[in-house]
Design a binder for this molecule. Structure first.
Ligand SMILES: Cc1cc2nc3c(=O)[nH]c(=O)nc-3n(C[C@H](O)[C@H](O)[C@H](O)COP(=O)(O)OP(=O)(O)OC[C@H]3O[C@@H](n4cnc5c(N)ncnc54)[C@H](O)[C@@H]3O)c2cc1C
Length: 366
């Protein structure tokens, strides 16, 4: 492709992908005029990225994903800290990023869930991966050394080394600041259609040299589906947990992710549906009881927010970069947006610059 011949681009969708793409394009190609569109308000984003827990957890995801997702996630762990440093230098806004590893727990009676999880990892990891000991069993004392408050309720757990979490809302906010202080034209509260390399808002057509479709579940690409997720945000200064916690149960698998200022995000249900209505009673009870099971002091937690949203997923749950002349649709980040984003973004740039890349399966000409 001819990046040199592109003078104007439109990025449609200002969620995770759209904002990070604008940031990357603006840094790499300062002469290109970028216009960003979103159907909603950028400060109060309704994107999946705003609802997400922000875990970057290649090992946890490996048990339910293809190996490529793990490899992309391992690379993401190297890339995010470098990008966040640069975003901080440019915006003076820091984004909390903790590469502390995760802890996987189950009730004593559900220990088989932990064993099953470990067996899935062993099946998908190579001998070379396993030699570097990507996970370890923790006994009660070791668990207590990692998280003093967890050792009281659990006799053992699994520690996953290569996992991190990011303050997703702080990231969206820092990227918005970058966009506002850069020479980027923004159209908010404008639901858009895309026709060729034009953006349509009602009857107005705006023409660009190149258009990126980053509309998540709002895109019209073939075989896209929505997977509903529900999360709680609670405030609980009585508990101090620094690691992301995965809680395995025969009927559901949930997580608790610490956020700054004693806030925890508990999620997430996974329901094949494009329903964005409020949380169901069953989901609420499951999320709440997982919290209480991890530590009884969560009983006093104050519920700050209940959020539901849709993950954009392709039929195979893998990401896709679809190229259609002067339009590129990037989608299918599913439950791994933060995990996959660095490698997806690097591949987009390689495609634009006509460079070879290792993710041929992700790029499709339509
Ligand atoms: C409950 C939940 C928990 C999650 N947890 C994690 C996690 O821990 N780790 C992880 O890696 N990923 C997680 N994810 C997944 C992650 O949030 C998504 O993969 C990611 O946000 C997808 O990015 P996106 O930019 O494609 O879509 P989005 O972030 O949804 O952004 C799409 C944007 O397009 C805009 N838009 C839509 N239609 C139009 C239109 N017609 N015109 C203009 N604009 C439009 C929307 O307003 C939105 O701003 C989670 C998702 C959910 C729902």
């Amino acid at each position: 492709m001819m990046i040199d011949s592109i003078k104007t681009v439109a990025v449609v969708g200002a969620g995770l992908l759209g904002r990070m793409l604008v940031w990357q394009l603006s840094n790499k190609y300062p002469d290109i005029q970028i216009t960003l569109f979103d159907k909603g308000n950028l400060r109060h984003s309704k994107s999946a990225a705003n609802t997400a827990a922000g875990m970057i957890s290649p090992l946890s995801e490996l048990s339910v994903s293809e190996r490529a997702i793990y490899d992309m996630g391992i690379n993401a762990l190297k890339q995010w800290p470098l990008w966040l440093d640069k975003i901080q230098q440019q915006t003076n806004q820091s984004v909390d990023y903790q590469a502390t590893g995760s802890i996987v727990l189950a009730h004593v009676l559900d220990k088989s869930e932990l064993i099953q999880f470990q067996q899935e990892l062993d099946f998908k990891l190579t001998k070379h991966d396993l030699d570097s000991k990507p996970y370890q069993w923790l006994d009660k004392t070791q668990l207590q050394n990692k998280e003093a408050q967890l050792g009281q309720n659990f006799d053992e757990g699994l520690f996953l080394n290569d996992e991190a979490y990011i303050d997703n809302r702080a990231l969206l906010s820092a990227l918005l600041k970058f966009i506002e202080q850069s020479n980027i034209q923004v159209f908010e509260n404008k639901p858009c259609k895309i026709k060729g390399s034009s953006v349509l808002i009602k009857n107005n057509e705006m023409k660009f040299d190149f258009v990126f479709d980053c509309r998540g579940v709002g895109s019209n690409i073939k075989n896209l589906r929505s997977v509903r997720g529900e999360v709680l945000h609670v405030y609980c200064p009585e508990v101090s947990i620094k690691h992301a916690i995965r809680f395995m149960h025969p009927r559901y698998k949930l997580y608790i992710v610490p956020k700054p200022n004693d806030v925890y995000v508990i999620g997430a249900t996974e329901i094949e549906s494009n329903d964005t209505s409020p949380i169901s009673l069953q989901s609420m009870l499951e999320l709440g009881s997982a919290l209480y099971a991890v530590h009884p002091a969560f009983a006093e937690a104050r519920i700050l927010e209940i959020d539901t949203n849709l993950r954009p997923a392709m039929i195979d749950n893998n990401p896709v970069i679809q190229l259609d002349n002067n339009k590129m649709s990037i989608n299918g980040l599913y439950r791994h947006g933060f995990l996959l984003l660095p490698e997806v973004l690097n591949t987009i740039i390689d495609v634009l610059e006509n460079k070879s890349h290792q993710y041929n399966w992700m790029v499709k000409n339509v």
